[in-house]
Design a protein around this ligand. Structure first.
Ligand code: DHB
Ligand code: FE
Length: 315
């Protein structure tokens, strides 16, 4: 049976990709950002997922403004890097997992989430930058990646609650896949940022940190947050954070926060990153829970007849 072994969220700022591609990661500005992902790379090398499901948004690279699906699941065998205006990033082609992706499509759509099935798609910084941050810059990505693109570029994006419920449906799909696969779910985008307009440059660290706290400990506080609150508190592009709720919905109710990093800024954005694993305490409790004792046949019969079990004189 496939399992979800962790959820990871991270920002997906394109300038982070440019810093990698132009070999500027050692400059102090960028070192501050990349140093926060050293532990994550170690964690990834230890965890070795068999498949990543990456929740991200396309920035008018694959879909353009002519067609914007709300939820689009990549079922192809591979996803080449998109041309984002400077040419495609020099990163490996993302290899998909068509079998698991088709299984997820079937399970989730029959669960009444109307995903768009995508059999040909390019992927932009929304997906490739988070891969770089936690896998570094290998010749080939170390495992297949199933992209799930969410519309957060044109109103109306899906609600946080819908995203969270989609995460739950994805979890159900993964857990019903017969092959023993370790799956890690990525939520990308955010945190607070606004790229244009009078509030360009907006960062709200207080909001971001509370979001991280709630994502980890009390996601129900986030699932009903309206879009306007993301926009007001975290800037127009802060809405990308609804995608983190898909990741969170795919995890257990209780999780252990194994790592967190937050720095301001990278380009226009507050960079937030978190790694959540299924709660160890919860797993231990479940393992230690004694099986409910079946009442002995005699006790059951006695109970049925309402006969007192302790006979007189035998106390
Ligand atoms: C920036 C951040 C984004 O998430 C994005 O998609 C584009 C630009 C930025 O910080 O510049
Ligand atoms: Fe973005």
């Amino acid at each position: 049976m496939a399992r979800i072994v962790a959820g990871i969220s991270s920002s997906h700022v394109p300038a982070i990709g440019a810093a990698i591609d132009n070999k500027r990661t050692e400059e102090p500005y960028w070192k501050r950002v990349f140093s926060g992902f050293e532990k994550s790379k170690e964690w990834m090398a230890k965890t070795k997922p068999d498949v990543v499901i990456a929740i991200y948004n396309d920035h008018a690279s694959a879909f353009s403004v002519e067609m914007i699906p709300t939820f689009a699941l990549g079922c192809a065998a591979e996803f080449p890097p998109a041309d984002e205006g400077w040419g495609p990033r020099p990163v490996p082609v993302v290899k998909g997992h068509p079998e698991l992706a088709s299984h997820i499509a079937q399970s989730v759509i029959l669960d009444e989430f109307d995903l768009t099935i995508v059999n040909k798609m390019e992927v932009d910084h929304g997906l490739t930058v988070p891969l770089n941050l936690v896998f570094g810059s290998p010749k080939e990505w170390p495992c297949p990646v199933i992209p799930l693109a969410v519309n957060v570029v044109q109103y109306p994006p899906p609600t946080g609650h819908r995203c969270f419920m989609l995460g739950k449906a994805i979890r159900k799909a993964v857990l019903s896949y017969p092959e023993d696969l370790k799956v890690v779910v990525f939520g990308t985008g955010g945190m607070s940022h606004q790229i244009s307009g009078p509030r360009a440059g907006l960062i709200n660290s207080k909001f971001d940190k509370a979001f991280l706290d709630n994502l980890s400990k009390d996601p129900q506080k986030l699932v009903r947050m309206p879009h306007i609150e993301y926009m007001r508190e975290a800037g127009a592009e802060g809405i990308e954070m609804v995608m983190w709720l898909v990741m969170r919905g795919a995890l257990d109710d209780k999780v252990d926060e194994v790592y967190r990093f937050y720095t301001v800024p990278a380009s226009n954005t507050a960079v937030g990153h978190i790694i959540l694993e299924p709660s160890r305490k919860g797993a231990k409790k479940a393992a230690a829970k004694p099986k409910a004792k079946r009442p002995a046949a005699k006790t059951k019969r006695a109970a049925a007849r309402k006969i007192p079990l302790v006979r007189k004189g035998k106390r």
